[in-house]
Design a protein around this ligand. Structure first.
Ligand SMILES: Cc1ncc(COP(=O)(O)O)c(C=O)c1O
Length: 407
């Protein structure tokens, strides 16, 4: 008898984070004071411009299919966004709207990858990249920087390239490390991929969430490719910058032929992103942009507080993140098994963290600083309590007696 599950789908990794989240939810249901430092979304409310635009569409009672590649007004807003933020003049034929940056990326991979093609993924990386590549019958090749830093090494990337390499996925500011790659790296990788004819996929979903007065470098600045055949693709969306994760709107900017192919893929899979939610994205992109600035300054304050608290834990090494709302401290002085460490922190200190193993960085934990400052401080202080052999053996968190049991 044929196996009920395909080999392809069966090989997709189940995330250990889901199990941890379920456990955290159970504890919360029981009334335990769990602090979530594992979240991947800002806690701020949706921008009012997005709500009003979507409400207008909803009250028209005309919520229908849209063109597969997106409604003209959203494509126009993305064209303007690309010009303003990347200094690149593109046309509507260079833009495809999708149901989230993730969906844009998956349609892109389906459009460019043949079975056994290789895709280079610098570690630490967003968990979905390797699995999405596998879902295209292609092979993820992980490149880990040897110097323990979070910026990929150009030399290591060049060494990992083979005749099967079709694409490289670069994500800066980076989930999970918060690292912002240097201009020198961006210039080098754009030039290298241009010379080799390798697709350079820039996942720019956090590109405006950069701190300390810095700005992201436009990948187009160093591209000398012919725009009609360029293999440079920018992926973006409203999820993180506008705290609109539940709206599921993202997009890709690429050469017109590739966009047309991706649109064919999308036509046969999702038909089109929701017309209602596309209108919300138009509202966000055309509305008051101070929203993004204020989100950024809230996150920057939280980042400063989280780093201060982490630095107070003996032997935890932390590289200050320059963007996003994540950091990836090194806990190897305490454990080389990040899943076990994460589980113990949840059980003993009621704090949710994400194991670094998920991101190709064993011995690290991803901590988010998008919750309130109070939760950020208390969450890290609980971790410190759980790890520090000199801290009291027992404490109360709410009504729960927590016992530190760390060797
Ligand atoms: C690096 C990265 N890319 C893409 C996404 C997905 O974005 P979207 O919600 O638009 O699908 C995420 C979400 O966590 C992410 O961290």
């Amino acid at each position: 008898m044929k196996s009920p599950i395909s080999q392809l789908a069966g090989a997709v990794q189940e995330s250990p984070t889901l199990a941890l989240n379920e456990k955290a939810a159970l504890l919360r249901e029981r009334g335990e004071a769990v602090i979530h430092l594992g979240s991947g979304e800002p806690k701020t409310k949706t921008p009012i411009d997005a709500i009003l635009a979507a409400a207008g569409k909803l009250t028209s009672a005309e919520v229908k299919y849209t063109p597969t590649d997106g409604i003209p007004s959203l494509k126009k807003a993305v064209v303007r966004y690309t010009e303003e933020n990347y200094g690149r003049a593109v046309g509507a034929e260079n833009v495809m709207i999708a149901s989230g940056a993730k969906a844009a990326l998956y349609s892109l991979l389906l459009a460019i990858l043949d079975p056994q093609d290789e895709v280079l993924i610098p570690a630490p990386y967003w968990v979905s990249y390797p699995e999405m590549v596998k879902l295209c019958y292609a092979r993820p090749v992980i490149v880990t920087p040897e110097d323990g830093r979070f910026e990929p090494g150009l030399k290591e990337i060049k060494e990992a390239v083979s005749s099967s390499t079709k694409a490289i996925i670069v994500n800066s500011p980076n989930n999970p490390s918060g690292a912002v790659y240097s201009e020198q790296f961006i210039a080098g990788i754009v030039e290298f991929c241009g010379e080799k004819g390798i697709y350079l996929i820039m996942d720019d979903i956090y590109h405006k969430l950069i701190f300390d007065g810095k700005k992201s470098v436009s990948c187009y600045k160093y591209s000398r490719d012919n725009p009609d055949s360029s293999r440079l693709v920018a992926i973006n969306g409203v999820s993180k910058l506008y705290a609109m994760t539940g709206f599921r709107i993202g997009w890709a900017v690429a050469n017109a032929r590739l966009i047309a192919t991706m649109t064919n893929v999308q036509a046969q899979t999702t038909s089109c992103p929701s017309s209602l939610l596309q209108m919300a994205a138009v509202g966000a992109l055309n509305g008051v942009q101070s929203y993004v600035e204020s989100l950024k300054s809230t996150l920057e304050n939280n980042r400063n507080v989280m780093i201060r608290e982490l630095e107070a834990i003996n032997d935890v090494r932390v590289i200050k993140p320059q963007g996003t709302f994540y950091c990836l401290p090194d806990f190897r002085a305490y454990s080389n098994d990040s899943v076990a460490l994460s589980r113990r922190l949840l059980e003993q200190a009621l704090v949710v963290t994400v194991p670094g193993r998920e991101f190709g960085m064993e011995g690290h934990l991803r901590l988010s600083y998008c919750q309130s400052m109070k939760e950020t401080i208390e969450g890290v202080q609980r971790i410190r309590w759980a790890l520090d052999p000199n801290s009291p053996k027992e404490i109360y968190i709410g009504d729960r007696k927590c016992v530190r049991d760390w060797k």
